[in-house]
Design a protein around this ligand. Sequence first.
Ligand code: HEM
Length: 149
Amino acid sequence: MTSKSVLLDRVRPSPEQPLARPGVDRTSIGALVREFYSRVRKNERLGPIFAREITGDWEPHLEKMTDFWCSVILKSGDYHGRPVPAHLKLEDVTEADFEIWLALFRDTAAELFVPETAAVFIERAERIAASLKLAMFFRLDRAAPAGGQ
Ligand code: HEM
């Protein structure tokens, strides 16, 4: 397996066990997605980026993101997209923007789910964000040289 396919596999929903908890279904995941993107759209830094990229109807994006989170959390297999290329084309997005994204996601998940469930969503978001950041920002020529010199 190449390092690139390892990276893509980490970004895609992994074939772990579905989260079987009361109140975690497509309806509640859809509500999380909608509340989260409503906050993203109001954010002064992220709002303009999304407004520029998603110019028409938001409904297909919200449904795609609901599919994505159902695949991640419920292992529903609904999502068939490719997150890495979708983000690689966002050339003005910085690593700091991911901190804003994650802070909004943490707050939204914590408000909509009980703490144990919110923790699962947040942990998955953090892992996927780390993989996306590697794909977007890692440069071999900026990495620390071997031996720490
Ligand atoms: C600063 C951070 C981020 C920004 C600015 C951002 C922005 C975007 C934008 C503009 C799109 C739409 C692309 C398009 O439809 O052409 C998109 C798609 C998507 N984003 Fe993000 N994103 C960020 C972080 C994340 C994170 C952390 C995750 C996962 C935990 C994520 C998951 C996705 C997925 C699954 C798609 C759909 C890709 C597809 O199949 O087309 N994003 N993102």
